[in-house]
Design a protein around this ligand. Sequence first.
Ligand SMILES: NC(=O)c1ccc[n+]([C@@H]2O[C@H](COP(=O)([O-])OP(=O)(O)OC[C@H]3O[C@@H](n4cnc5c(N)ncnc54)[C@H](OP(=O)(O)O)[C@@H]3O)[C@@H](O)[C@H]2O)c1
Length: 272
Amino acid sequence: MACADARPPAWALALAALGLLASARAAARLALWVYAVFLRPAKPLRRRYGAWAVVTGATDGIGRALAFRLAASGLDVVLVGRDPDKLAAVAADIKAKAKQRRPDAEVRTFAVDFTADDAAARVVALGEFLRGLDVGVLVNNVGASYPYARYFHEVDEELARRLIRLNVEAVTRVTHAVLPGMVERRRGAIVNMGSGASAVMPSDPLYTVYVATKAYVDQFSRCLYVEYKSKGIDVQCQLRCGTLEYASVAMIFNIHRLFCKTYFGRNFYITY
Ligand SMILES: NC(=O)c1ccc[n+]([C@@H]2O[C@H](COP(=O)([O-])OP(=O)(O)OC[C@H]3O[C@@H](n4cnc5c(N)ncnc54)[C@H](OP(=O)(O)O)[C@@H]3O)[C@@H](O)[C@H]2O)c1
């Protein structure tokens, strides 16, 4: 006959307690995720970081869309790109839209070709151009990939140089030009465009140089995040996967997430 006060063995109780703890942890993470993705209010960017946003590669794609959103969220914007005519056209569009909400909205442009031999000097000039502006947000968006997949031995000198100049040198130089002002003001946010291909996927064959340059952006951002945390500057690397349209939509409609800590407790956000 079974004994009425038979208790489960100690090891079973310990396992049950462990299971309970694991479930509670998973539930807490899920709740934090729901909060971060759907409920968390936007940061007041202008008040928190400063009046101006600088966006590189702002004449097309994600950079252009982000520039519109940053202007709509109350920031004045400096558009950086290589084509003066495109810059002027995008600036006029953004200004027309932003002025509907804020008559004193400002948009300025600065032309630099980050693959040209004078790029380093032009970025120094960009630093001068920005001096005196309360730059709160820097989006290092400019970047490029292969026109099509290819083996590494088929990557020619010109393509490799272009990828390194755009994906590595531009982010490094522009950050170096903008940071001193942020340090002085003890506030700022830097968003660097990485890629899920370098951090989420275990490898991305046939895009080797692209992915390697984006791994640089990832580590560059992590280290800067730690270096400048105590100086009031947030640094974030966007690791995006997916098509242009989907990545853009996800980012544009959730711009406040760009500047918030993630539910992973790290200052990195993964947008699919
Ligand atoms: N799209 C995606 O799904 C995806 C995924 C992962 C990561 N990313 C990263 O996100 C960033 C933006 O991607 P995107 O797809 O939006 O790019 P995109 O549509 O090709 O736009 C690139 C922007 O950079 C500018 N640009 C190109 N070469 C330049 C140069 N030599 N000097 C100055 N500006 C130059 C372009 O100017 P023009 O208008 O004159 O061409 C354009 O404004 C990149 O860093 C990319 O690696 C994108």
